[in-house]
Design a protein around this ligand. Structure first.
Ligand code: SAM
Ligand code: SF4
Length: 468
């Protein structure tokens, strides 16, 4: 009998997750595997025997938050020395044994090693020793057995996102080969590997059986998904076609797209022809200056990026587009920044995620370029770009006034109630197929279902309405 199941009472695990959707999915996979192994889960650190932290390394700020959390746990461990603290995810892979030296930390496990997580926790509990599982030479092709273990671990679980009923993420690719000069992802997540289409489709079917209505396909450059199977090479468009045939799945999304010319039109065409593929494209530009784009090792120009947006809008007229930008990249002058402002004005995004450049150790930008832009300038540019974007979001949201939209209801909204209705229904939050956030009052039981909402008010990023 496994060690945990033989114990009088199962150890309790508390998990905290930082970072992107990939991390949310890894957290869900690890949670599901540990539950199956017999562990209990708790929302409270106080009641936990084990605290697991899933970490992000994309910006220094994300790592600082983890380190400050570890400081807090070190303090707790003074009165509870038996508490086990495990660090998983990108920071675990990046810092490895350095992280294990931290007084609070008992185990460190990189993203490609998560199939071992149960064994690592069990050993640490039993033997009270420190454990390290990170992938050496992560950019080299993984041995067949290790790849199989990762694939089996991934496909064993049909994971619904418990925080958002009716929704789930499915990874279609691991890693990244793009090496944007500022980015740590290729070094901590390893080379790009597309998962077998059969495993992906099986997983989506399993999720549909669980009642999932929306699946988001995940990959760092998801539009370059490619898998050779017999005579056929599967693309993301093929996956979207096949997933559209699955009964029960009503909405399909995919993130994040890279502005590749060659992996574009066929995907837009599936979006136009399949009612299940949401008319939404998240395609970061990062900068509007060709000089900065070259320094970032992004292989396109501002004009060719904008041409892709034009193509997307020609094929899918109602498409909603979102972007990412980095301001204050080394060498970014006022003129370069102005070029980014111009691109944002032309692109007319629904929303854009704007980040201040954060030097990441080991990346080409950090090795070769000085972080020349002052933090005050980064801050000012960040704010200015947000203001430009906010005006566009506001203009776009006006189109919804008086219209009825279909939303997938996520559940209770975090903010206080908006008194559009005077009845007892709480404030709910949902999203349209174009990813617009919609706030309205309704019964909580609508979470995980589709609802029709008439839009009566707007703010730049949120639409307000009442159930139609
Ligand atoms: N693979 C996706 C792509 O290429 O768009 C997203 C990867 S990354 C986790 C998400 C976003 O973080 C990027 O689009 C970029 O804007 C931002 N980012 C990555 N590295 C950064 C850095 N060193 N400093 C600031 N922002 C960064
Ligand atoms: Fe990072 Fe670029 Fe890969 Fe995105 S495409 S994960 S930004 S290296």
């Amino acid at each position: 009998m496994p060690y945990i199941k033989a114990l009088m009472s199962a150890p309790s695990i508390h998990v905290r997750s930082f970072g992107c959707q990939m991390n949310k999915l890894d957290t869900a996979l690890v949670t599901s595997a540990l539950k199956e192994a017999g562990y209990d889960f708790t929302d409270s650190v106080k009641q936990a025997d084990v605290v697991l932290i899933n970490t992000c390394s994309v910006r220094e700020h994300a790592e600082q938050r983890v380190l400050s959390h570890l400081g807090h746990l070190k303090h707790i461990k003074k009165s509870r020395p038996n508490l086990i603290v495990g660090v998983i995810g990108c920071m675990a892979q990046r810092l490895g044994d350095k992280l294990l030296e931290h007084e609070a930390v008992n185990l460190v496990c990189g993203p490609a090693e998560i199939p071992q997580i149960e064994q690592l926790i069990t050993e640490t509990l039993k033997e009270k020793k420190k454990s390290l599982a990170v992938t050496e030479k992560i950019r080299q092709k993984a041995p067949e057995q290790q790849s199989q273990e990762l694939e089996q671990f991934e496909s064993a679980y049909g994971i619904e996102d418990k925080s958002i009923p009716g929704q789930a993420y499915v990874r279609v690719m691991r890693g990244c080969n793009n090496f944007c000069s500022y980015c740590v992802v290729p070094y901590v997540r390893g080379p790009e590997v597309s998962r077998p289409p059969d495993a992906i489709i099986e997983q989506i079917k399993k999720l549909a059986d669980l009642g999932v209505k929306q699946v988001t396909l995940l990959g760092q450059t998801v539009n370059s998904y490619k898998y050779k199977q017999g005579a056929k090479t599967w693309s993301l468009a093929d996956l979207l076609h096949a997933a559209s045939d699955i009964e029960g799945i009503e909405w399909l999304r995919f993130v994040t797209s890279y502005p590749f010319k060659e992996f574009f039109d066929d995907i837009m065409q599936v979006m136009a022809s399949s009612p299940k593929v949401c008319e939404y494209l998240h395609m970061p530009a990062q900068s509007g200056s060709d000089k900065i784009l070259r320094a970032m090792n992004r292989n396109y120009s501002a004009d060719s990026y904008l041409e892709l947006l034009e193509r997307a809008r020609a094929i899918v007229p109602g498409i909603t587009i979102a972007g990412d930008f980095i301001v204050g990249f080394p060498g970014e002058t006022d003129e370069d920044f102005q070029a980014t402002v111009d691109l944002v004005k032309k692109a007319r995004y629904k929303n854009a995620f704007i980040f201040k450049y954060s030097p990441r150790p080991g990346t080409t930008a950090d090795n070769r370029l000085q972080d020349t832009v002052d933090i005050e300038v980064k801050q000012k540019r960040n704010l200015e770009l947000l203001t430009v974007q906010e005006k566009i979001s506001d203009e776009l949201s006006r189109d919804f006034l008086g219209k009825q939209v279909k939303v997938l209801v996520e559940g209770l909204s975090k903010k206080s109630r908006v008194n559009l209705d005077k009845d007892e229904n709480p404030q709910l939050i949902g999203r349209t197929s174009g990813d617009w956030i919609v706030v309205f009052n309704g019964p909580e039981s609508l979470a995980g279902t589709f609802a029709a909402v008439k839009i009566e008010g707007i703010s730049p990023l949120t639409l307000f309405g009442r159930l139609a």
